[in-house]
Design a protein around this ligand. Structure first.
Ligand code: DC
Length: 222
């Protein structure tokens, strides 16, 4: 049976950075499920469908064929045969993903794909509902979080380093709004699984978080 590690938590908690590092260290496959919701969102945006138009979204879901491939150890997301990985990390796509991931028809399609990937492969999968819904039998479940202020400051620093302008207050407000939406939707809301270990990275750097999670994984492997 494959060994599965589930990492859930709010936007900006550092899930993908940590999961990528751990996957490399352990020679596991990193599965970024947010990128799949972003791919669907990208498709809906290109079709001109509004986030609140559930009927049009339901009618469009089958037209989006999302597949995942690994090229040079990095996850690539294909939509109807085209590699769209480079278009997914914008605020517009992220907000659309948060809004359209509330629909069960969208979730059903992507959860099936995620479960298929984890069945035969040792994975570290990050998202919002991995420990609670996608991989309820994962051998390790982590709930990785950090305060809104910490997450906003990390995002702010990232944008400033890239030479972009940023407004810390606005970023914090956007994070709060996204958290609220992800935690209060009816379908698989973000919450800590009962058997997940809570890691609060507010006062930790990346190395410390990786070390903490590595220790949790080692405990479960014996
Ligand atoms: O992790 P991310 O920011 O790339 O995710 C984008 C949105 O996708 C997030 O706001 C909520 C949704 N999502 C989800 O509902 N379930 C997941 N397992 C992963 C992401």
């Amino acid at each position: 049976m494959a060994f599965n590690i589930a990492i859930d938590g709010p936007a900006g908690a550092g899930k993908s950075t940590i999961a990528k590092t751990l996957a490399k260290q352990m020679n596991y496959v990193y599965v970024d499920t947010g990128a799949m919701y972003r791919a669907m969102a990208y498709y809906f945006l290109n079709q001109g469908i509004a986030a609140d138009d559930e009927a049009s979204i339901a009618a469009a879901v089958d037209g989006a064929d999302v597949t995942i491939r690994y090229e040079n150890d990095a996850q690539q997301v294909y939509l109807n045969g085209e590699n769209i990985t480079g278009y997914l990390r914008t605020e517009e796509v992220g907000n659309m993903a948060s809004s359209t991931s509330v629909y069960p028809i969208v979730r059903k399609k992507l959860v099936a794909l995620q479960q298929k990937l984890a069945k035969t492969t040792d994975v570290i999968m990050d998202g919002r509902d991995i420990g609670t819904c996608v991989l309820p039998n994962a051998q390790v479940k982590i709930y990785l979080t950090a305060s809104v202020q910490t997450r906003a400051k990390r995002r702010y620093d990232e944008l400033i380093t890239k030479g972009e302008t940023a407004d810390l207050e606005q970023i914090a407000a956007d994070i709060e709004e996204r958290d609220y939406r992800d935690m209060h939707r009816d379908a698989s809301p973000l919450k800590q699984a009962e058997d997940a270990v809570l890691v609060d990275s507010s006062e930790m750097n990346i190395e410390e978080v990786v070390a903490a999670i590595t220790a949790i994984v080692k405990e479960k492997q014996v």
